[in-house]
Design a protein around this ligand. Sequence first.
Ligand SMILES: Nc1ncnc2c1ncn2[C@@H]1O[C@H](COP(=O)(O)OP(=O)(O)OP(=O)(O)O)[C@@H](O)[C@H]1O
Ligand SMILES: [Mg+2]
Length: 491
Amino acid sequence: MDIGRILIIDDENLVCWSLAKMLKRIGHLVEIANTGTDARLKLENFTPDLILLDASLPDIEDLQLLEEFKAVKPDLPVIVMTANYHSNLAFQAFSLGAEDYIGKPFNIDIVERAVQKIFVQKQLAKEVNPAGEKLRKKYEQDQLVGNCPSMVDLFKTINICARNDCKTILVLGESGTGKELVTHAIHSQSARKDAPLVEVNCASIPDNLLENELFGHEKGAYTDAGTREVGVFELAEGGTVFLDEIGDMPLNMQAKILKVIENRKFRRLGGQKEIETDVRIIAATNHDLTKMVQQGTFRGDLFYRLNMMCLILKPLRERKKCIPSMVEYFIDRLNGEYGRAVEGISSDALKLLMAHTWPGNVRELRNALERAMMLEQSKILTIEHFCVCSGAEQEKSGSCIYGCSVPVASTIILPPEGISIEEVEKEYIKQALGRYDGNQTKAAKCLGLTLDTLRYRRKKFGLEKYPAVPSSISAPTVEKKDQDPAKIVPG
Ligand SMILES: Nc1ncnc2c1ncn2[C@@H]1O[C@H](COP(=O)(O)OP(=O)(O)OP(=O)(O)O)[C@@H](O)[C@H]1O
Ligand SMILES: [Mg+2]
């Protein structure tokens, strides 16, 4: 097994000491940080393979460090530890990409097993396939479901794309409509399925590092380039490169990608030799690329090239007939994940889900069901498991599924008596945080704010703990009359 480099971040010295002792005993190299600031400093000179992170640190918001780590290095495994085991921190931690979640006080053997599991998985992934295996594992469990006509068409198109080995494919759709899942489906149905599928999120990698990530570099290409490193195109040889959020790719990189598509060759940074590449490129975005081309922020030639084969995923509100089959699938799946035995959903609750407009699309539907199932022990999900708004809020919002209220008016009209902009701002920040389960990066993006600005305003409005688990989940305006389970039958 690998000897790993592990960073423990916890403000309790005794916890750090006992963890460090156990980890050193099994051969790992350990560093300790007691605060968020300390951890950031440590990371300047220490590159861990795994982080053990206390969710609540004295100098930083809960899980903020996790969000930071994942933004910079999404593949870095982080085990979150907390004394606050029953709050929705677990849910938030997993949404932010935590590998595991351990409640305090913990049995040291449990931590040891969790750590070993991560290193064994890492080792296996390296042996089987250096780059694509992790991504593939993640999606082996996730299936694309839906039985409405547009999904059926989509399945057919996916199959055609996969069989015909189209070299470039564009996947468009709002956030949460399933672009990543579609990409995986194309790859896994194609003749390339045994080669890696390597993903690059163009929005989360700083512009100056993106070229290095994609094409790799030669030794000495720049000051820190001590060794030669291959990039995504070489790692994915024979397989698929997934350029996620391509709408956020800087123009100079767009030109380089176009060149690779046209010539099927590229150069590593600092390299002279042209390297041939055989990959399929799937690009996805939720931006309106046509508009971006008109505005000059996306290259027209690249757009036309990618657009030759384009899959457009409809928002969930335009394919509501899929909702029953999706609900059934997610209940089944979440039963497996959480060891639950939920049997179905009441007809009234299903009606509520069908009436909602789902701005966060399938992701929001999945999250609503996940929350309902995590917080409730009943066998049948009913309306009150989803509705948490007060009656007044619900009246104002029209529809309100857990953590996500949707304004009725799509046009903003200033009321004659005026309005408090601060209140409006607070409300939208709440809604965005609710929609993305407290994920600040996504909420900031959705509101067009920088992460720092969102953090500042969240603090200003006292929303640091939002969205939190409500003390009681009840919908006073809704009668509890829907106890009849409606067995959902697809079709
Ligand atoms: N048709 C579907 N069937 C089952 N699950 C789905 C479907 N579409 C989306 N999902 C689920 O919804 C969530 C979001 O999907 P995905 O990450 O593919 O969306 P996306 O379009 O890439 O979103 P973003 O633009 O925010 O990256 C995932 O949990 C995914 O498994
Ligand atoms: Mg995506």
